[in-house]
Design a binder for this molecule. Structure first.
Ligand code: NI
Length: 187
């Protein structure tokens, strides 16, 4: 069994951040209901992951941090699986693929399929998913219906339940966010 660590590579962080900023920048997409460039979202997810690493070490902290920064590149940009593998290696490419929905499946199956694939990866990848949903459980976009908001909260409960073993800290934080989301489900 490999030793658990808390420290990660700043060099790899910066390389992944630049790659992600470039890819998301090409789409011109902003965070919904804001003028912030989309890359701010992935930096927020990386911050959640980094905070967990300080108290809950993993075998490969750099894998967790780099996948946090790159987690939406396959789903939301023109970056290909091959480009990701060439730039960051197999473990990162597999992690980001697991964190991406398979658009060939029915929409109702996409999240559970992604969670299955995340659970087949090292626990570093599950941390990214927990962190992603923590960040995404901010006040919902104004265009969302109450039904959609409720479904998003319920999906967050599934994510928390299935991935909780990867990080008690992120699980607790996600559980708080799910509670705090309740008022939006009743509007
Ligand atoms: Ni995301």
């Amino acid at each position: 069994m490999s030793a658990l660590r808390t420290t990660w590579s700043v060099t790899d962080y910066r390389r992944a951040l630049r790659f992600a900023a470039d890819a998301h920048g090409r789409t011109g997409v902003c965070i919904q209901d804001s003028s912030l460039p989309y890359v701010v979202h992935v930096v927020e997810v990386a911050a959640e992951v980094i905070a967990s690493l300080a108290v809950e070490p993993v075998a490969d902290p750099t894998l967790a941090v780099v996948c946090a920064l790159l987690h939406d590149t396959l789903e939301d940009t023109d970056v290909t699986d091959d480009a990701l593998r060439d730039a960051f290696g197999d473990a990162v490419a597999r992690g980001v693929r697991a964190l991406s929905k398979d658009a060939s499946l029915a929409k109702s199956q996409q999240m559970s399929d992604s969670l299955d694939r995340i659970l087949a990866c090292p626990p570093e990848i599950a941390r990214v998913k927990l962190a992603d949903r923590i960040v995404n459980l901010s006040p919902p976009p104004s265009a969302w219906s109450t039904d959609k908001i409720r479904a998003y909260q319920s999906q967050a409960r599934d994510i928390a339940a299935r991935l909780r073993d990867a990080s008690p800290l992120l699980y607790a934080r996600l559980s708080e966010k799910i509670e705090a989301y309740e008022p939006f489900c009743e509007r």
